[in-house]
Design a binder for this molecule. Structure first.
Ligand code: COA
Length: 580
């Protein structure tokens, strides 16, 4: 009762013959419609190609390095008989980035098309620029790439740019591309900044054509003439890309605000002055503040992989601990006398049977966040214990009283309320670092880590200070269920002030939770246990809850953390303190 479908490359317009640089699924994976299957790359942009239907991957028909174009079969999927692998109706809100729309958008947005439309659209207002005239370069027709975010500005005032040189990089959720200028000249004003949303016709820069505007316009026609260029480019993307200086702009792809093209030169790079990376790797690098051009690349054709970025960060951190100056200047492995080893590459199959299982999307995202937070925040964990005998007895009786309502109160609801009381008493825990400022929050949104089959997520209880225990219990239950069902919306995971990670239902004594940046502290809770406690005369049994408070030592001193944890323990021991 199952049928096998071939999932092919959809219409990707002039993106003919582009190279597969990543395969994002494996045989046996259950995929959803719109899940990305492969990443392809031309010399100026890369994009992920999504599945048009859901199912289980039976065969992968391409390999890294293959050239693909519209109609190339990527994978074979088997769809359950009664759950046909139909593509869901496109969501209008996501039209610009949805499976169907993306490739079309891409097709029109390919770099070669841009200069062409540029010539048409060209800054008509500044008609027939004479020598030295200023012209505004606008975004050409980039198809369905409507309102896309500028993630990099690749030029600065005073830069001399040549026709076809990239001005900005824009990114949708699954692909990124550089927008080149059709004309040469000197940048006199940059009209966009990182974070701006642009569409066709948006102003990018003002250029002074330097008395050669006609000549400058000519090359602009060239890319148009070579409109099928992506194909030509794709023929030798790596060769083109490895020409140092050929695309100085690309070399700055991961540099949020670059000073000048010279930045390309000062990179004693293992990966080469131009970094090749997929959009997701570029995003990851940006989140960590990593200049991709400095990352030694180990992927095919000198492509930077996520592991390369991770290893680079580790290496820089390790070098920084020994000799920051040396680390800043030194290429891989040369810092401050400390030898930094590459991540071990082991052929595990040599030692026994193995199976490679790709990380889930949630794991990839949370992994990148956890890694950044662990590497960038100086963590210290304060461990304490709370006497919760009275509270547990109250919780049990409360649940008995409310048996019929279907609402079950777990320790988590009390912890959220107790944490709010502690945050009110110690406001620097309800804060975020913003440069040299500490932003103190007057609201109390508390996140809690929820374990799901696909990985860890952190839904947020909003305004926990204004809610009672029963309401908090209802909301945590609902959010935890949504999390497990994979139905949490982004808004339900945003805006948190402080997080709680409760492993109390599972076990353990203490652990070191990782702070959920940009928060400055997190509470880890382990399983309560009956312990003998000396009361001055004798040992008495006490139900004890282990509390592990990790804090950002840049913001919080050890003494404050100990006070926070002790106060939390006091509140849990006598919950009446919440109303004080
Ligand atoms: N000590 C002892 N027992 C505890 C406890 C504690 N600190 N906390 C909860 N329990 C008990 C509960 O009372 C419940 O018992 P019962 O079934 O006999 O009534 C049982 O453990 C299960 O509770 P749980 O379903 O986990 O509810 P919760 O409200 O405590 O936690 C979540 C809800 C969503 C936080 C939890 O399900 C979860 O996902 N925890 C994992 C978080 C995680 O992975 N953190 C690691 C991040 S690094």
């Amino acid at each position: 009762m199952s049928n096998v479908n071939e999932l092919k490359v959809p219409d990707i317009g002039d993106f003919g013959e582009v190279e597969v640089i990543e395969i994002l699924v494996a045989v046996g994976d259950t995929i959803t419609a719109e899940q990305s299957l492969v990443t392809v790359e031309s010399d100026k942009s890369s994009m992920e190609i999504p599945a048009e239907a859901a199912g289980v991957i039976k065969a992968i028909k391409v390999k890294i390095g293959d050239k693909v174009s519209q109609g190339t079969v990527l994978v074979e999927v088997e769809a359950a008989g009664d759950a046909p692998a139909a593509k869901p109706a496109p969501e209008p809100a996501k039209a610009a980035t949805s499976a169907g729309a993306k490739p079309e958008a891409k097709a029109e947005s390919k770099p070669a098309a841009k200069p062409e439309s540029k010539a048409d659209d060209a800054p008509a207002a500044d008609a027939a620029p004479a020598g030295g005239a200023e012209e505004i370069v606008t975004v050409p027709d980039i198809g369905d790439f409507d309102s896309v975010e500028v993630i990099e500005v690749l030029v600065a005032v005073g830069d001399k740019v040549s026709a076809e040189q990239s001005l900005v990089t824009v990114e949708s959720d699954k692909s990124s591309m550089e927008i080149p200028t059709a004309i040469a000249g000197e940048v006199t004003e940059v009209l966009v900044k990182i974070g701006d949303k642009v569409s066709k016709g948006s102003n990018l820069v003002k250029l002074k054509s330097g008395g050669a505007s006609k000549a400058a316009a000519a090359p602009a026609a060239k890319p148009a003439a070579s409109a099928p260029a992506p194909a030509a480019k794709a023929d030798a993307p790596s060769a083109a890309s490895q020409q140092a200086g050929a695309q100085p702009s690309e070399s700055q792809a991961a540099t949020p605000s670059r000073p000048a093209p010279a930045a390309a030169v000062d990179t004693p790079v293992a990966g080469g002055p131009k970094a090749h990376a997929s959009p997701s790797v570029r995003k990851f690098a940006r989140e960590l503040g990593v200049d991709l051009t400095k990352v030694p690349a180990t992927g095919p054709k000198n492509r930077v992989t996520p592991d390369d970025v991770r290893n680079y960060v580790k290496q820089v951190m390790a070098q920084g601990a020994v000799a920051p100056a040396a680390a800043a200047a030194a290429p891989a492995g040369a810092g401050g006398g400390l030898q930094v080893l590459a991540w071990p590459k082991v052929d595990f199959a040599k030692f026994g049977e193995v199976e490679a299982k790709p990380l889930s999307r949630i794991k990839k995202i949370s992994g990148a966040n956890l890694h950044r937070n662990w590497v960038m925040i100086p963590h210290v964990t304060n461990n304490d214990e709370a006497d919760i005998g009275g509270l547990e007895a109250f919780r049990v009786s409360l649940n008995k009283e409310n048996e019929k309502s279907g609402v079950k109160v777990t320790m988590l609801a009390f912890l959220i309320k107790a944490v709010v009381a502690a945050l009110k008493k110690f406001p620097e825990f309800n804060a975020s670092l913003d440069g040299d400022n500490l932003v103190l929050k007057k609201y109390f949104h508390i996140g809690f880590a929820a374990d799901t089959p696909n990985g860890l997520v952190v839904p947020v209880i909003r305004d926990a200070d204004k809610k009672g225990i029963m309401q908090i219990a209802v909301e945590t239950g609902e959010l935890a269920k949504k999390a497990r069902d994979g139905k949490l919306g982004p808004a339900e995971m945003q805006g948190g002030c402080f997080s709680i990670s409760s492993l109390g239902g599972i076990g353990g004594t203490h652990f070191t939770p990782i702070i959920n940046a940009p928060e400055v502290a997190i509470l880890g809770v382990s399983k309560s246990a009956m312990k003998p406690v000396w009361d001055g005369k004798q040992f008495v049994p006490q139900l004890t809850l282990p509390l592990s408070l990790s804090y950002d030592h840049r913001v919080i001193d050890g003494a404050s953390a100990a006070r926070f944890n002790a106060y939390l323990g006091a509140v849990l021991a006598d919950f009446r303190r919440v109303i004080l």
